[in-house]
Design a protein around this ligand. Structure first.
Ligand SMILES: *Cc1c(COP(=O)(O)O)cnc(C)c1O
Length: 407
């Protein structure tokens, strides 16, 4: 077994805090949203972490997600059900991106997407806190990760997804032991069903940011980036933003790392990338609003970022503004073109959401928001293999003469 999981776990989590009022909540108890209806954030005794371990301690450990255990909420190692959460590589995208463009390829994680980071943590905490039944609305990848981890530790799961969710996602959710329902609506319509059942006491609500621990799992993307960049950070990060868990999590990670004295005060510009067919955060950013209105008639090929209304909208907007970044929208044609360019020129198959970050990077380059010398990280959040690809219909009849020059 992984050495990071056999070592005695020591979390330094002390309590939770409402992200809008700062109200304090006890650790080691089951929580959903705060009383103000906002996400709860886990807080740690960072002074104690600083005296207990150093950057060298971290670097001496195997490079997976669990090397960060002091900054993660799980108390009992035995509650972790791991499927092998590796550190994901930074892959240069020289031709379709540029000389300083790296893709953090999250498609290498269990269940083929970075939802594994959030769900491995949230499920471990659910197990630790005695949850027996979980329900979740999903655009696909989160449901798949939930199904895998929950099934592995015997927690029952019921998953609701929009009826046009990619077929492969619906099937992998079912295959990994969840009960999955296709709903004739969008993800927030599915969320309403989950919320109703939770209010009746039927199950625990695992919607994005409605339980506190997915952020902690997604935070590891920021921790990893710091270690991979030699305890500095890149100049800009392009993140495909739906519920925004990852962007909020990375921003939290950078804060914690600075308080530990492991990085300085410089921050990357954070670019929240959305599709033009569903861009509530971009609209709110441009209007200078703190919250984002629901986006009506949301539609995009990038299903993972088709989120009309995000409960953590103000946290996304805050991080983007503080960082000096921006919220950017890109159209579906640009997304598909970017996926094709990365595949055909650099041999890296992105998911549509990853393609959106590449398209947004070029947009930012053209408008002077970043320049070619900037070290840039694009997030590819799922393996491109999960998504439809253009047909390749050419066939060869081996019983006929073959025109080798035409091959
Ligand atoms: C969930 C998902 C996103 C959006 O992530 P958030 O952190 O919820 O904003 C982007 N891309 C893919 C492939 C996803 O599955």
């Amino acid at each position: 077994m992984n050495q990071n999981l056999t070592t005695d776990r020591q979390t330094f989590a002390t309590h939770l805090e409402c992200s809008i009022t700062g109200e304090r909540y006890e650790a080691d108890q089951l929580h959903g949203l705060s009383r103000a209806g906002r996400p709860l954030l886990v807080r740690y005794d960072l002074d104690a972490v600083r005296s207990a371990i150093s950057r060298d301690t971290i670097e001496a450990r195997p490079t997976d997600l669990w090397r960060w255990r002091e900054l993660l909420p799980v108390r009992q190692t035995a509650n972790i059900v791991s499927l092998g959460e590796i550190e994901t590589p930074l892959v240069p995208l020289t031709k379709s991106g540029g000389p300083n463009v790296l893709v953090k390829d999250e498609g290498r994680l269990p269940t083929g997407s970075f939802k594994a980071r959030g769900l491995v943590m949230a499920v471990a905490m659910a197990k630790e806190l005695g949850v027996k039944k979980i329900a979740m609305p999903t655009n696909g990848n989160a449901g798949a990760a939930l199904a895998a981890y929950a099934t592995r530790c015997g927690i029952e799961t019921i998953v609701f997804c929009p009826d046009d969710t990619p077929e492969i996602n619906v099937r992998e959710i079912a295959m990994q032991g969840a009960r999955v329902w296709r709903v004739n609506g969008l993800i927030d319509d599915c969320g309403a069903i989950v919320g109703k059942g939770a209010a009746e006491g039927r199950w625990f609500d695992f919607s994005t940011l409605k339980e506190p621990y997915r952020i902690e799992g997604k935070k590891t993307m920021g921790l990893e980036l710091a270690a991979q960049f030699g305890w500095k950070l890149p100049d800009a990060i392009f993140y495909p933003t739906g519920g925004g868990t990852g962007l909020i999590g990375m921003w939290k990670a950078f804060d914690e790392l600075e308080k530990l004295g492991w990085i300085g005060s410089e921050r990357p510009k954070m670019f929240a990338v959305q599709a033009s067919g569903c861009a509530p955060i971009v609209r709110a950013f441009e209007a200078g609003e703190e919250h984002a209105e629901r986006w009506e008639d949301a539609s995009t090929v990038a299903a993972g970022i088709r989120v009309p209304k995000a409960v953590g909208d103000f946290l996304i907007l805050r991080a983007v503004r503080e960082s000096g970044g921006q919220a950017l929208a890109v159209g579906d044609p640009a997304i598909l073109k970017a996926v094709e360019a990365a595949a055909k020129q650099d041999g890296l198959l992105l998911c549509p959401e990853g393609g959106a970050t590449l398209a947004a990077y070029h947009q930012a380059l053209n408008t002077g928001l970043v320049d070619e010398d900037d070290k840039v990280v694009l997030f590819n959040c799922a393996t491109g293999l999960k998504y439809p690809m253009p047909e390749a219909p050419q066939a060869l009849d081996r019983t006929q003469p073959i025109d080798f020059d035409a091959l």
